[in-house]
Design a protein around this ligand. Sequence first.
Ligand code: ADP
Ligand code: F6P
Length: 474
Amino acid sequence: MGHRDLGQPRLVVVSNRIADPRKTAAGGLAVALADVLNSTGGLWFGWSGKIDDEAPQGEGKVHVTQAGSVKLATVDLCRADHDSYYLGYANGVLWPVFHYRLDLADFDAGYIAGYRRVNQLFAKKLMPLLRPDDIIWVHDYHLIPLAAELRALGCTQRIGFFLHIPLPPPLILAAIPGHDWLIRALFAYDLVGFQSQADLSHFAGYVTAEAHAQQVEEHRWRAFGRTLEANAFPIGLDVEEFTTLTHAPEGRDMYERMRSEYSRRKLLVGVDRLDYSKGLPQRMRAFRHLLDKYPEARNSATLVQIASPSREDVEAYNDILKEMESLCGSINGNFGELDWMPVRYLHRTVARARLPGLYRASRVGLVTPLRDGMNLVAKEFVVAQNPEDPGVLVLSRFAGAAEQMREALLVNPYDTEGTAAAIQLALSMPLEERRERHEHLMKTIRRQDVHWWCQSFLAALEKAQAEVKGTPWL
Ligand code: ADP
Ligand code: F6P
């Protein structure tokens, strides 16, 4: 996909987290959007990542910079807004509930006011930067009410929304105080995209049961006086970019170093943000079970687990940090030898340029979230493999990616024995079967790459507006 032509609408992307598209980032959203904007150009609007202690609530300075073909506009947040919007409502309510963890949600009544305030602030600061024919694409759970706030300020441009995380079944969603307000706000968009068919069916179930929506066409629902288009657009990878990285000097160097360090051993790899949704303790327990039950894996398999620090001011994230340290320590203490440690656990972010080398040097990729919108690591692992001698992906059936990647070894991460058995199968899988599975997976990843994702979403958004034009907003 090349730059959008003159005369084509400009793409305006809005997300909480933004990154310089020329630099490395951890987190599926920033990685995918950097890839998209690098090839289309346009405006990327979001939080600056800075907290301005001087700013009053609901206010923040805007900074505009040019990063290659992309204009970045970012806004600072004051401490109170950041804490109630980002730590509180987005990551203390929506993230756990949308990942089916009602037990971890903190429904503090003050959070929603901060969430609303920051969405109003974003709308107010974005409005003057917009051009009449812009096409606006809003991302993720931090910004669900943004279109409603923009519409309230008179925005008539097409606005699409993509949810990067899962949408839970209707009864789980309904546990959120104010869930009806949240879903009603979705109807200010022209198009809403989900990662998977499962998410789409949860949306359909919710709006039918709770909002008495009528399905007027295959992907169109009518409620609150507005017709909304909703569909699944599984996010993909920039396959070319990742392949280039794989063969670039840093990727190759990493590969060589890992291969020489582990020449006598098979490597297993996990790369995640340190997040309770990623199933990391469950993965460690499965690995421990593997060492226990399959003695041939002892001394011959090493698990490299990279976990980048994430949302450390949210309490649930500290619990997982401690749990991981204790689990990795006890596995190494119980199974390690003087010349072999079963787990290498690194609590940090690895430079993106080195990841493909690490993946390629590994016989098994472990992607075992308890719930995940998509999971791009699963796709990166496959793309980085040598097709002549590829590694095997062990993938949770609860990752959105499992809907597409049927040729991975699909596991239930809650089932320790079953996951350990799948890892053992992956370690011992014959070359022919590895090649076959890899070839099928590559076809799917290539067919639905990040450009396909972006083009199909934007094409649907352009069409959606024509059909709803003139419909009054709420
Ligand atoms: P999420 O968006 O929940 O973080 P994804 O798997 O979809 O999960 O995306 C994570 C992205 O961030 C991937 O591109 C991955 O390579 C990158 N990433 C995750 N953890 C790390 C890490 N520890 N070091 C470097 N990059 C990471
Ligand atoms: O992809 C899911 C996501 O929540 C993104 O919205 C987010 O940018 C990323 O994970 C990393 O999380 P955070 O922005 O909170 O560091």
